[in-house]
Unconditional design. Structure first.
Length: 535
């Protein structure tokens, strides 16, 4: 069975979020999505004019548009290209309600998953196709055949559908879902719906509460069209009860925990089971991926700055034993790149989520973009060097003094961090700020250099040229290439060179660097004949 093909335009200024939407769409087994992204409203507008799109999935906050301005710009063509809007959930109720009315469906970023996104897109596409076919002029002499086609389409839709004459209000059609919903109460339900003066308006959209089924919250839409050449109103009711309960719970949770900004990450600690969990936003705040920061108190404690660790854990444990008031702490915590950022953590006891369950929960927020490196005190550094060497000394081989580690990178913070790590392994370091300086240092110290950490993208001379110069003297020196671009095809070494080469994608953790350095240290040292013979 072949997949249906859908062209989706994703409008989002945050590249990682846009990629997430595209990834979720790509998991669909029923639809083959062909996705393009636009990082601004201007770019999206151009793409909408240049090509045909089946659906637009758009955030509200863009680099050149804020809030409802984004959706208003799409609104004139909404009946031709359906729009699904993605909201943060922290917007005022008025903005959320308006977003619902200006788009075909509305989803929360924090709740976004494969199932709800695909369901929302399917709903928007089906509704758009249905209205397009219903509005097409019926050919003369094919009324019965077209009518059967329309009825077949409408009976497959999981919405209650009425078609009502605009002259007199007679019910011309109701679909299978409407009959299931209202049954013998069809007439009373229709009277309730028509109280909103739908027959006088060309297009209406609102949220209503229906008596049948009992207390169902529904999205009502009405558009005027020709039904068998008679002016009519096409009225649909979509059940929102499940969606509204989820939205209400989500918004109440946000307000209760005072998630003031989207940069805040959420954490919770069940004091009975001692189970800790961190939200994806918590991990993103520190630059981690989904599995790089485990849901454990030990992981959190280990990531704290050594100078803050005892104070912070003492405060958390004191609060856990007597949670009569809230807690607010400033401290430093390690980010994914191994550097430490200053954060503010606020917390308090939340409403009990179950019998015997006491939850201590709150937020963590970065106070600035600045990060710092932690360097061990001199005595500790010497101990670390000895410890790093001990594994090799246990083998019984004589241990030579380390030679020079050459670091070539145009990022000062990263240079300092790498300098600290390589020094802790006993290397004497030489640091270059660009490729040209890197080649100069290599020419000066090449007989003493034992490892090189080299950035791919730098001013003046890029990393590939430095790599080529070093390798022109042979493969003796291990080289670790780093880059912010995950394009392994652009690396200057092939699979055959990987024995003495490595690649690290930025941002990387200092633990990643240590693992690679230790791998190279565990290998027997090579000999470059060109250096020993004076060649």
């Amino acid at each position: 069975m072949s997949q249906k093909e859908v062209r989706a335009l994703i409008v989002e200024s945050d590249a990682s979020r846009a990629n997430r939407v595209a990834t979720l769409l790509g998991r669909s087994t029923e639809i083959a999505f062909f996705c393009a992204t636009a990082s601004s409203l201007a770019r999206a507008s151009n793409l909408l004019h240049e090509k045909r799109w089946d659906i637009v999935i758009s955030a509200l906050e863009l680099v050149d548009a804020k809030g409802l301005d984004t959706l208003v710009s799409f609104h004139p063509g909404r009946s031709d290209v359906p729009v699904v809007s993605l909201v943060e959930g922290a917007e005022p109720d008025a903005v959320l309600n308006a977003a619902r009315s200006l788009s075909d469906d509305c989803l929360f970023w924090e709740e976004l998953g494969e199932e709800c996104l695909i369901e929302s897109v399917n709903y928007a596409l089906e509704r758009c196709r249905m209205l397009r076919e219903l509005k097409e002029q019926q050919p003369e002499g094919e009324t019965n055949q077209s009518d059967l086609l329309y009825r077949e389409i409408l009976d497959r839709i999981d919405q209650a559908i009425f078609v009502v004459s605009r002259i007199g209000g007679a019910l011309l059609y109701s679909n299978e879902t409407a009959r299931k919903w209202f049954g013998a109460n069809m007439g009373e339900a229709l009277e309730d719906v028509l109280e909103y003066d739908l027959l006088e308006a060309e297009e209406v959209r609102m949220e209503v509460s229906t008596k049948f089924p009992n207390g169902t919250r529904a999205e009502l839409r009405s558009v005027s069209l020709q039904w068998n050449k008679e002016p009519a109103s096409f009225i649909s009711l979509r059940d929102l009860s499940k969606q509204k309960r989820a939205e209400d719970a989500f918004l109440a949770s946000q307000r209760r925990l005072e998630l003031a900004t989207r940069e805040a990450g959420f954490w919770s600690w069940d004091l009975v089971s001692d189970k800790v969990s961190f939200s994806d936003a918590f991990r993103r705040t520190l630059g981690y991926g989904g599995s790089d920061f485990s849901d454990s108190l030990e992981c959190f404690e280990e990531s704290l700055h050594p100078e803050d660790r005892s104070r912070v854990m003492d405060e958390y444990r004191r609060f856990a034993s007597d949670a009569s008031e809230g807690i607010e702490l400033k401290f430093r915590i390690r980010c994914a790149d191994g550097l430490y950022a200053e954060v503010l953590s606020k917390g308090g006891r939340t409403v009990s989520l179950g019998r015997g369950q006491i939850v201590f929960a709150g937020t963590l927020q970065r106070l600035s973009d600045k990060r710092e490196m932690y360097v061990l005190p001199p005595s500790d550094t010497q101990d670390s060097v000895k410890e790093a060497r001990s594994g090799r000394e246990e083998t019984g081989r004589p241990q030579p003094e380390r030679g020079i580690a050459l670091i070539v990178d145009d990022e000062e913070v990263l240079r300092k961090a790498l300098d600290s790590i390589l020094s802790s392994y006993g290397y004497s370091t030489r640091v270059a700020t660009d490729g040209g300086e890197g080649i100069e240092l290599y020419e000066k110290y090449r007989s003493q250099i034992e490892i090189v950490i080299l950035d791919m993208n730098m001013p003046r001379v890029d990393g590939s040229k430095v790599f080529a110069r070093i390798r022109s003297d042979g493969p003796r020196i291990p080289i670790v290439m780093t880059s912010g671009n995950d394009d392994k095809q652009a690396l200057p070494f092939t699979d055959g060179d990987k024995e003495n080469c490595e690649f690290l994608l930025k941002p990387f953790g200092l633990a990643d660097v240590k693992k690679i350095v230790e791998r190279f240290l565990s290998k027997p040292a090579g000999v470059d004949q060109s250096l020993t013979t004076g060649g």
